[in-house]
Design a protein around this ligand. Structure first.
Ligand code: PLP
Length: 425
């Protein structure tokens, strides 16, 4: 990674971000570097560990923003086969030939369900390639007796999620001696803080509370749409393949990919000011309480008929609990009537969304398609209300097609999923 002069960082912000780093170091037992967002930290990590043109195994059921971060880093996404019930990487279904072509493996730990990190670690060690962990959804989750984020050369976290700070991220490192180089690498890419953005951040919770209090959520969303301020008209953002191909020609280049990477968070590479850092610290201070509440809600949701049997015995403090429902749109509508908004949907999978021009497709795409189509990610902090709403609306559990429940599912052509749910463009 090209590393330039350290950018300006005020003493106050510097000491606040240090305190955040110490808090996360305490949780993970790893050296941490504060970053303004998870996606920014991931870009820095990919640039450091992967040579341009390298191939990265990743999950196709993931935020499209992360896909664009991989492209921005000048890398080729290689979509992994998934476990149809929790969206984790199905390590045994990755073809042998694929392993040898990879420069890195990137986990997702979708909704907080860990990918099989110990097995992936062993594979990566055997191949001499790095394991990078996206822990955005998985602060507090564990796998193989360690926290998610303590297996890879680097891991990234989003403080917008469990901590609910709507800003901030953390880059955690296996090798503490890399921290200063990472900080310098970040400094080179960060944009200076903007007073207007800090103010907007400070006012946002009050504005949101007012919209909620007045029952104006739907009207506010429609108004944003009319003003052209929403960048998604469906679950996935418009791909704009011609413009994306042009940006890819400049990769590795974060700025060229800004229009895709910044979606849902235009401040993703903005240096955090003291106000933002103070609020993040307050939120992070309450994280254990939130995680306990998430664990309780997760246990309740996993005890319902929409969860896979046996799931409840290994409850993590999930960020969202992916219930598997037959008719997801009806379930979303049932929750919406109670004021529960369902987000974090990743349908269709990235290979169906972006196509072969931008990614290697999964060799066994059906499981990812089925999961992406039927997963209803429910906020465990609203578990009781959600269960009640789903019960009253008669929402039915999804029945997995038989060929997904048998090991060794054959690969299908894209767009031919068993339940007709192939959602490719
Ligand atoms: C799996 C996953 N990783 C990373 C991110 C990006 O996190 P951030 O918004 O902090 O950049 C998201 C955003 O929702 C996500 O869902």
């Amino acid at each position: 990674m090209a590393i330039g002069e350290a950018g300006p960082r005020s003493a106050r912000s510097g000491s606040q971000s240090k305190r955040l780093e110490e808090t996360m170091r305490g949780r993970l037992g790893r050296e941490c570097v504060y970053v303004p967002s998870c996606r920014f930290g991931l870009f820095v990590a990919l640039r450091h560990w992967c040579p341009p043109g390298g191939r990265v195994l990743m999950s196709p059921v993931n935020d499209d923003v992360i896909f664009f971060v991989v492209l921005a880093a000048g890398l080729r996404p290689v979509q992994a086969p998934l476990n149809p019930f929790d969206g984790s990487i199905d390590i045994d279904a990755v073809p042998e030939g694929t392993w040898g072509s990879l420069s890195a493996v990137l986990t997702t730990n979708l909704y907080g369900n860990p990918d099989p990190a110990p097995e992936l670690r062993a594979r990566c060690d055997a191949l001499g390639i790095p394991l990078l962990e996206d822990g955005a959804h998985a602060i507090g989750s564990e796998v193989g007796g360690r926290p998610v984020g303590a297996w890879g050369e680097a891991s990234v976290f989003s403080l917008s999620k469990h901590a609910g700070a709507q800003a901030g991220g953390m880059l955690a490192l296996a090798d503490p001696s890399l921290a200063e180089a990472m900080r310098a690498g970040c400094d080179e890419l960060l944009a200076p803080p903007r007073a207007a953005s800090e103010l907007a951040y400070a006012l946002r919770p009050y504005a949101e509370a007012a919209v909620r209090g007045l029952g104006l959520r739907r009207a506010a969303w429609a108004a944003l749409g009319l003003l052209g301020l929403t960048e998604r008209d469906g679950i996935r953002m418009p791909l704009r393949p011609n413009a994306l191909a042009e940006a890819a020609g400049a990769a590795p280049d974060l700025t060229a990919h800004d229009p895709w990477v910044r979606v849902d968070m235009h401040t993703y590479r903005l240096r955090s000011g003291p106000l933002r850092l103070r609020r993040i610290r307050r939120r992070l201070g309450r994280l254990d309480e939130v995680l306990q509440a998430c664990r309780d809600g997760t246990e309740l949701l996993l005890s319902t008929r929409w969860a896979r049997p046996g799931e409840g015995s290994r409850a993590q403090p999930l960020f969202r609990v992916p219930l598997l429902v037959a008719d997801r749109d009806a379930a979303i509508a049932a929750l919406a009537r109670r004021g529960i908004v369902v987000g974090y949907l990743y349908d269709p999978p990235l290979d169906d969304y972006a196509g072969k021009a931008f990614t290697d497709p999964s060799p066994a795409p059906e499981a990812a398609r089925w999961f992406a189509r039927h997963a209803l990610p429910v906020d465990p902090l609203r578990a009781g209300e959600a269960v009640d709403a789903l019960e009253r609306s008669g929402v039915r559990p999804a029945e997995p097609p038989e060929d997904l429940t048998r090991p060794g599912t054959p690969a299908d052509e894209p767009g031919t999923s068993a339940d007709g749910a192939g959602a490719g463009p």
